[in-house]
Structures are given as C-alpha cells and as structure tokens.
Design a protein around this ligand. Sequence first.
Ligand code: GAR
Length: 195
Amino acid sequence: PVRVAILISGSGSNMVRLVESMTGEHPARPVLVLSNVPGAGGLDRARALGVPTAVVDHRAHPDRAAFEAALEEALAPARPDLICLAGFMRVLSADFVARRAGRILNIHPSLLPKFRGLDTHARALAAGETRHGCTVHEVTPALDDGPILGQAEVPVLPDDTPETLAARVLEAEHRLYPAVLRRVAEGDRTPLRLD
Ligand code: GAR
C-alpha cells in the first residue's frame, strides 16, 4: 500500500477523516501521525484509532534546520510515500520540500489562490466574498502555492462570522481531503471539484 504520514498541530479533525478513509480496498494506509505540538488533541485521537504517533516539538530546537533534522529522524522509520499536512502550522523549508517533490499534500482553508496564509475566514468576510472554501494542493517551496489537486466550495451567508464560516469550510475539508488522497494514491492528480 501507499504509506501515508499525517502531520498535525491541533485537534486533528482532518487527520481523523483521512485515517478513517484508509480501510478496505483503499490503496493507502496511515503509518504515522506526527505533531509539532506536544499536547495536540489529535495525538489522542490518532492513538485511539490505533495509528503510531510521534511528537517533534519545534520549540525544543534552536532553529528550523534542527527542527527538520529531528522531523526527518522521526519520519524515517515510518518510510512514508506521502505526507499529508492536516492543520500543520509550521512552514517547511525548500530543502525539506524538494527532497519530497510532489509527495507532500496540504489542505488550506480558502479557495486558492485567494487568501494564502492565516486568518482566511476573516479575510474572506472582509473582502465581501460570496463563495469560500478549501483547497488541497501539492506543497512546493512557496507558501500555499503548488498544483491544485482539489477544491470544495461553500456559500458565505449574510450573518456569517469567521467562526460560523470556518465550521462550514471545515465540513467541506472533511469531504475533500479523503477524496483527494484516494485519487492521488491511485495515481490521479487531475483537480477534483466538490460543491
Ligand atoms: C483546518 O481548517 C485546516 O485547513 C487549517 O487548520 C485547520 C486544522 O483543523 N490549516 C491551515 O490553516 C494551514 N495553514 P484540524 O486540526 O481539525 O484538521
């Protein structure tokens, strides 16, 4: 099977959806859930699902090179073919990404190329968008860039706050990411569109 490592920093709701999707005749299997935040809620959820976990605390390392060396060390025994970033809130260096060209996926809570970076929901509201959503893309050295593998749209409603909009987008993420992972594991990288 295609071996998948999932990198998280937080609650890991996307990670759970990815892990739960990889059963039966699915071509991929989860081999590791790794968090850069020691207390991340997703770690307990991964353990409950029977997936091996690891923690590489970025604050325990003096710089990004040292952090990434530790990351490499933690990833190596799992021998992942693919790395899925799922709410992983650290930027990976160009070197780290280049070593795995096309083999790191990310989910971003906006319709890229709109709203790269943070606070996407507040920014979409401030911009008066009527449609918003999420994107799964290949990770390249440029932030929230790289070939788009799938997008899911949601409406922006008149009374939305960043929180209500985030919740609607998160539901779309939970549908989109497993669908894209499956296609990529099957060798299909044509962009997927969910509405
Ligand atoms: C998700 O909305 C994801 O798109 C976002 O963090 C959330 C993680 O939720 N990712 C980013 O903002 C990446 N820069 P989760 O931990 O419940 O999956």
